[in-house]
Design a protein around this ligand. Structure first.
Ligand code: ADP
Length: 377
């Protein structure tokens, strides 16, 4: 979905941001640019520094060093730290953070306190924000009279009512049930783009990141591993960590037997597999091959197939997902429109474009015995 660019949406620039807790580096020399009016998702496992980063952008956390600016306004620069309420941004939290003693209407209105609007205008905006999140009739309710999803909608209305230039989301869907999570995700994507604010959203959930983002930044241990459009993160992950964290259905150790730029042929047991690599590899290198779920199918291609046995099959609405075992290990999420029964002998086609080889420290011989053991079961 293309979004409307607001004139006031910020360009967020973070340069050399560092933050430690004792000897633990939560953020390390971090650079990031978010273009005005775009939606950036920061994705990483627990402890990778996502909260520290978003809280530093909000001004709730103070950086040890580095700078943050919103357009031409510096909000943090080494010693300097602008207070959160002066930054013209709004944040939606995982735990909703509503005032329990205020109604939904009052909670949303609280965000307008500093604007000095007359009562009629303020009420008009509050009602409009509640309407936008589908809660027009719930204004008089207190948080305890609202479901989790409704409370998060109130928080969303509170975030947009002041028309901020920057919207920050701190894992806002984590406490909700799956179907509600999906619905609210779509609402967040639509609303944010409608108001045209710059958005920064943190999550550990890759499907959420891919569904929402114009660009995804992948974090690991306080450092940015890669920042790019979702398609690029998926097709050309910068390293093994990014690939593994953004969805794989199998990983195997092998040896490069042919290498041509970013295309390699890898020996896996007695099988050969054509793969892509973002790095430079040469013949004889030990590699780990990661297979994306979208790379596999149970179809009748003639090249790049692996013989396998179906271990399990599950119905998934639009078709069937198979778990198969080949000579060197298990591949999950193999999709087909038809179901193939457990125990069947099949050929698995592997699309080389979504089959990625990365340098490995481990040698095939170290794990071969384990793989053979599991194969002979
Ligand atoms: P994430 O949001 O990705 O889970 P955080 O930014 O919360 O990561 O944390 C990054 C690292 O900093 C973690 O190892 C965490 O334990 C540590 N950390 C975060 N906040 C504090 C704190 N107030 N005191 C000590 N350590 C902290």
């Amino acid at each position: 979905m293309k979004q409307k660019k607001s004139d006031s949406a910020y360009r967020v620039e973070i340069r050399g941001a560092s933050k430690s807790y004792g000897s633990l580096k939560a953020l390390y020399n971090f650079d990031l640019t978010i273009e005005p009016g775009t939606f950036t998702v920061l994705l990483g496992p627990s402890g990778s520094g996502k909260s520290t980063l978003i809280r530093s952008i909000a001004g709730i956390e103070r950086l040890d060093s580095g700078a943050i600016s919103f357009g031409d306004r510096v909000v943090a620069d080494n010693g300097f730290h602008m207070a959160p309420e002066k930054r013209d941004l709004a944040m939606v939290f995982q735990d909703y953070a509503l005032w329990p003693h205020m109604t939904a209407f009052e909670n949303v209105g609280y965000a307008l306190k500093r604007r000095n609007l007359d009562t009629t205008e303020a009420n008009r905006r509050i009602n409009e924000a509640l309407e936008r999140v589908g809660l027009s009739s719930k204004g008089p309710n207190y948080p305890f009279q609202l479901s989790g999803g409704e409370q998060q909608r109130v928080a969303l209305a509170r975030a947009i009512v002041g028309r901020p230039s920057l919207l920050l989301f701190d894992e806002p869907l984590s406490n909700l049930d799956a179907d509600l999570r999906e619905r609210l995700r779509v609402e967040i994507a639509t609303l944010t783009r409608e108001i045209g604010a710059t958005a920064c959203y943190i999550t550990h959930d890759q499907s959420e990141a891919f569904a929402l983002a114009d660009q995804i930044g992948v974090l690991r241990a306080g450092e940015l591993q890669q920042i790019a459009a979702p398609e690029e993160i998926y097709r050309q992950p910068a390293n093994r960590f990014v690939a593994a964290f953004t969805g794989i259905s199998g990983s195997f150790l092998g040896t490069v037997i042919e290498s041509k730029r970013h295309e390699v042929i890898v020996q896996l047991g007695t099988q050969r597999l054509e793969c892509r690599t973002p790095t430079k590899l040469k013949t004889g290198d030990s590699v780990e091959v990661l297979i994306r779920p979208s790379a596999t199918s149970l179809s009748h291609h003639h090249s790049n197939t692996l013989p396998a046995i179906v271990l399990d099959v599950a119905y998934r609405g639009r078709g069937y997902e198979h778990v198969v075992e080949c000579e060197f290990g298990v591949i999950s999420s193999v999709f087909a429109h038809e179901s193939t029964p457990r125990g069947s002998k099949v050929d698995i086609y592997i699309d080389p474009h979504n089959c990625l080889a990365f340098p490995s420290e481990k040698k095939v011989s170290e794990t071969a015995s384990i793989a053979q053991l599991s194969h002979s079961k």
